[in-house]
Design a protein around this ligand. Structure first.
Ligand code: SER
Length: 641
């Protein structure tokens, strides 16, 4: 097989789809804007959602990218050879253009010819079908054709989860495995959510590795989804053509392809080593950790787990800080904090001396700086943030040790629930507390209370996470769209009142409120706040029309559009205009580069109230505002005539 670096695989993929008519776009931020459904970008598909639903993408109907992704649900799983919280997802999209007949041969060609994976070691899965959605025979036919082209028998077999491989190449699974939507299987999808059957591709690390003998699956018939370690999913072709409705499914207006491939996993397949942490992007950090700890990666399970946690968590933290989520006690920053603290705890366990997190971050920045220039330009500030957080956490740990020893000096026993308290508050691993307790000759009462407390805590955060989704875009897309338009009005009004130096520094919308960050050196006066509100509400009362047109980045600049020129949409962009262009430029309230969607008229919004104006960072102010309910039915803004 070929030797390719992760950088080379990423580039080869983007080039491959560029040659096939795709516009290559840069990764969106890990922190989604204008999407209340989720805290993080967890797949390449998320930023593409409006376009999968029919919004016109300014760069056409074939798009490819490598999207930074973060999945917080995976935090506790990190430590095995394949799970990471942060990963890059290679993505190509057909927005109502090509479908299965093109996608499957292209993926096969990319994997087997472009990067040179052995076709005999690739296995695929397809949707078995149910009462409503048919079995995906079109994908099966496409896989059979490409298999035959390399002399492989593309035998399709059913029920691999019961009967094992059965000498098959193509396997049917149910909707728990071969259906994709942001919410998961069909039953879990809220009305309005798009999804579809998918076809996944797996790499076979080889039966001779006997990976399954060590796993809990050793007595099961092995199959690609059995999780024994022999097979690794490297990519997923989602054929997104359905939308959940109140009483079933309907077809979307267009048939989409959403391909997502784990870049690190593809690199691991090419490396033919099931341990993802052996790929090149981790090598400098792995070596650094070896020299800092004096331990060898791979020497024993515990060391290996600690290395993996540190490698994963600090890579994720580095990218999260760069995208605007420094450690904090809330929202996304809470996860950054957890990652850093967990990494420090595991580092302590393998004897790494103090203040190492910024050193690790620098190594990652050197590794990724070329593909992600924003990392390189923020290298110093990222290091500073990590240094501060690490010092502060080590002080917390010391405080916890003192509290624990005070407690133990006054009590002969400690309850399992209290041990959980030290775990949750100070990040003390259970074993550490138990060790200290034993060393002082004290006893543990009800050790099982630890698990109980942990479970109820996990329930709480799961409820919070579920609420996040339930309160999401699907139910509230009208609210979200309205608040998104309100953000444009606010941005324009702030510039009129405070001056043209005002620039958006961030925005976050939930179904209930909007939050808008912008640069301004001082606190706004009450009069300024009132004037901004008045201007926005005047624009709402005037019921101005809203429409977009497509232009180049330079064209947008020349016509005076504001917005973040971060090239997210490539060289061609959408400019949303609020106001009637025919009535002279005096009537135009706002002109801003944006992907949309927006409402069609400002009158679809209710009255805006600014609830809070506060400092958010040096030289950056934050406004929180709400908009009263306007008409329930909204229309979205279209392309200008
Ligand atoms: N959306 C699919 C996934 O995340 C493929 O991109 O797996």
């Amino acid at each position: 097989m070929k030797r390719m670096s992760t950088d080379q695989i990423r580039q080869a993929y983007l080039d491959f789809f560029k040659e096939r008519g795709h516009a290559v776009i840069p990764s969106a931020s890990l922190l989604p804007d204008n999407d209340p459904t989720t805290l993080f970008t967890g797949s390449g598909m998320q930023p593409m959602l409006p376009y999968l639903l029919g919004e016109k993408h300014p760069l056409g109907n074939r798009i490819a990218d490598s999207q930074k992704s973060f999945r917080s649900v995976d935090i506790e799983e990190v430590g095995d050879n394949r799970h990471t919280t942060f990963f890059e997802m290679l993505g190509n999209w057909s927005l109502g253009d090509y479908f299965k007949k093109e996608q499957i041969p292209w993926m096969f060609e990319f994997l087997t010819k472009t990067i040179g994976l052995d076709p005999k070691r690739i296995y695929v899965t397809v949707f078995r079908g149910n009462d409503v959605i048919p079995r995906d025979m079109e994908s099966v036919d496409a896989w059979k054709t490409v298999s035959a082209s390399t002399g492989i028998d593309g035998k399709d077999v059913d029920f691999p989860e019961k009967n094992g491989m059965q000498d098959g190449r193509i396997f049917y699974y149910d909707e728990k495995k071969n259906w994709w939507s942001r919410a998961g299987e069909p039953a879990k999808m809220p009305a309005g959510e798009p999804g579809g059957p998918d076809s996944e591709m797996f790499w076979d690390f080889g039966a001779e590795r006997k990976l399954h003998e060590r796993s809990e699956w050793k007595d099961q018939p092995c199959h690609v989804n059995c999780d024994c370690g022999r097979f690794l999913e490297i990519g997923n072709n989602v054929f997104m053509e359905y939308k959940k409705t109140a009483n079933g499914f309907e077809k979307l207006a267009q048939q989409n392809v959403d391909f997502g491939g784990g870049l690190e996993r593809i690199a691991a397949a090419l490396n033919d080593d099931p341990d993802v942490f052996f790929i090149d992007v981790f090598t400098p950090v792995r070596e650094l950790l070896q020299s800092l700890s004096g331990k060898t990666y791979g020497s024993d399970e515990e060391t290996m787990r600690a290395f993996r946690v540190i490698m994963d968590h600090l890579r994720a933290a580095t990218f999260l800080i760069a995208d605007g989520a420094p450690p904090s006690n809330r929202d996304q920053g809470y996860f950054t904090r957890r990652l850093i603290r967990r990494a420090v705890r595991f580092a302590n366990a393998i004897g790494i001396p103090t203040n190492f997190t910024s050193t690790i971050a620098k190594a990652y920045i050197a590794e990724y700086g070329k593909a992600y220039p924003a990392l390189a330009s923020q290298a110093e500030s990222i290091a500073l943030v990590l240094d501060q957080e690490e010092v502060q956490f080590r002080q917390t740990l010391q405080k916890g040790e003192k509290e624990l020893s005070d407690f133990l000096s006054q009590h002969d026993t400690i309850d399992g629930g209290k041990i959980f308290y030290f775990y949750e508050t100070y990040g003390f691993p259970r074993e550490l507390t138990e060790e200290i307790v034993a060393r002082q000759g004290k006893h543990i009462m009800h050790p099982e209370h630890f698990e109980k407390a942990k479970a109820s805590h996990a329930d709480l955060s799961r409820t919070a996470a579920a609420g996040k989704f339930a309160g999401g875009l699907a139910d509230h897309s009208a609210e979200t769209t309205k608040l998104h338009t309100a953000t444009h009005l606010l941005n324009a009004a702030l510039r009129k009142v405070l001056g043209p130096h005002v620039q958006q520094k961030g925005s976050n919308i939930t179904a209930e409120r909007l939050r808008f960050d912008f640069n301004h050196p001082e606190k706004m006066t009450a009069e300024q706040i009132e004037e901004v509100e008045r201007l926005v509400n005047e624009a709402i009362t005037a019921d101005l029309p809203i429409a977009y047109h497509l232009t180049t980045v330079d064209g947008a600049k020349t016509e005076g559009a504001i917005g973040v020129f971060d090239e997210r949409y490539g060289s061609e962009v959408k400019v949303y205009v609020v106001g009637d262009p025919a009535s002279g430029s005096g009537q135009i309230f706002s002109k801003e580069i944006c992907g949309g969607p927006h409402v069609a008229r400002t009158g679809m919004l209710g009255r805006l109230t600014i609830q809070k104006e506060e400092s958010c960072a040096a030289g950056v102010r934050r406004i929180k505002a709400v908009v009263e309910d306007g008409p329930a039915d909204i229309e979205t803004a279209g392309e200008s005539a």
